[in-house]
Design a protein around this ligand. Structure first.
Ligand code: SAH
Ligand code: TRP
Length: 336
């Protein structure tokens, strides 16, 4: 008789992880720093926030009383996951920027209850998060296969495995809002390119509202968001041998009513020059000079509709919470 598989072996067979970051991650950080810190208005792209400490701080942000988006998005999912499962008939869920996949469980539960769930494909730049969530989810959902993709969703979408049936591509947490409008449409077009005729995109977007509510969500009383923002300087110190003193910078979060986005900056408290040793790059800051670290765009239904249609997508459902704080949109490729 064949010896039966141990639970350990079963777990190994149900997990596959591909990494596409080998060595190129540091390259992209170096390129982004050289490009971003030598511009007339200094800036850094947001994906560098999420090292292990950054990911942990982001998790704490999600539990803050001021940070409503996570709770609102979860509430919509809890209310509508069954309908999403029925409408899509998805056998697999691809998740871009999956993080700890905390809210994803609501969707996985609904797909499992509908009897269609086979595979989960988390895609994230943070290796530890992809590995941890593969372990946890295969043990929480017996029979679920997890194919993790460690990579950059701006560069590695073509490494996502082909669909084995109808799929949902989830892009939650308002992460699409962290791209400026031009890049946002490019990213959406690339995502649309992933979708076959029986697939759907499920995307979370934060909505325009009272600026005081918005600014508090990005500048909490406990200073967790400030620590998250400054963490990017710790990343530069460690990865590129820079000598930033994060305490030389104030955390600033302002709503820009013209662009309808929150802009996050680190503002130099005093004039100083920092050396980024690996790039041999001195970076001068005037007192009060800002370094833009993030935008978080806030949407109206009209803005979202026009972004989707520019990417060749059509809206199937617009799902929002009772207070209309946040929205989930379900969309699919426009028929030719
Ligand atoms: N989806 C989760 C996490 C949102 S935080 C939620 O809704 O709570 C954003 C996540 O996207 C982080 O886990 C970060 O590591 C990941 N991320 C950011 N930029 C990325 C990129 N360019 N490619 C892949 N993952 C990225
Ligand atoms: N996607 C999240 C958002 O735009 C990311 C985020 C939340 C964030 N709080 C932050 C990014 C603070 C930088 C700083 O809401």
């Amino acid at each position: 008789m064949e010896p039966s598989s141990t639970p350990q072996q079963l777990a190994e067979e149900s997990i596959r992880i591909d990494s596409h970051l080998d060595g190129t991650g540091e390259r992209s950080l170096a390129d982004d720093v050289l490009d971003g810190l030598t511009r007339p208005f200094k800036e850094l792209p947001p994906k560098h926030f999420y090292d292990a400490r950054g990911a942990d701080l982001f998790d704490q942000i999600c539990d803050l009383p001021e940070y409503y988006p996570t709770r609102a998005e979860r509430a919509i999912l809890v209310q509508r996951a069954e309908e999403i499962a029925a409408l899509t008939g998805a056998v697999e869920l691809v998740e871009l920027g999956s993080g700890t996949a905390a809210k994803t469980r609501v969707l996985l539960d609904a797909l499992q209850a509908a009897g269609t769930l086979e595979r989960y494909i988390p895609v994230d730049v943070t290796e530890s998060m992809v590995r941890d969530c593969a372990e946890t989810l295969t043990s929480e959902y017996p029979g679920l296969r997890v194919h993790g993709v460690i990579g950059d969703f701006e560069r590695h979408l073509d490494h996502i495995p082909p669909a084995a049936g109808p799929r949902i591509v989830a892009f939650l947490g308002g992460t699409i809002g962290n791209f400026p409008p031009g890049s946002r449409r490019r990213v959406l077009r690339q995502i649309a390119g992933l979708l076959g005729p029986s697939d759907h995109l499920l995307m979370g977007t934060d909505l325009v509202k009272d600026p005081r509510v918005l600014e508090a969500a990005y500048d909490d009383a406990q200073g967790v968001t400030a620590a998250f923002n400054r963490n990017v300087l710790h990343v530069l110190n460690r990865e590129l041998q820079a000598d930033f003193d994060p305490e030389d910078f104030d955390h600033v979060a302002l709503f820009d009513p013209h662009n309808e986005w929150i802009e996050m900056r680190l503002r130099a408290r005093r004039e100083h020059t920092t050396l980024v040793r690996d790039l041999d790059l001195p970076v001068h800051f005037d007192a009060g000079e800002g370094l833009r670290t993030e935008i978080s765009a806030k949407f109206t239904p009209e803005r979202l509709q026009s972004d989707l249609s520019a990417a060749g997508l059509e809206l199937v459902r617009w799902l929002t919470d009772p207070d209309e704080l946040f929205a989930l949109s379900l969309s699919r490729v426009q028929p030719q």
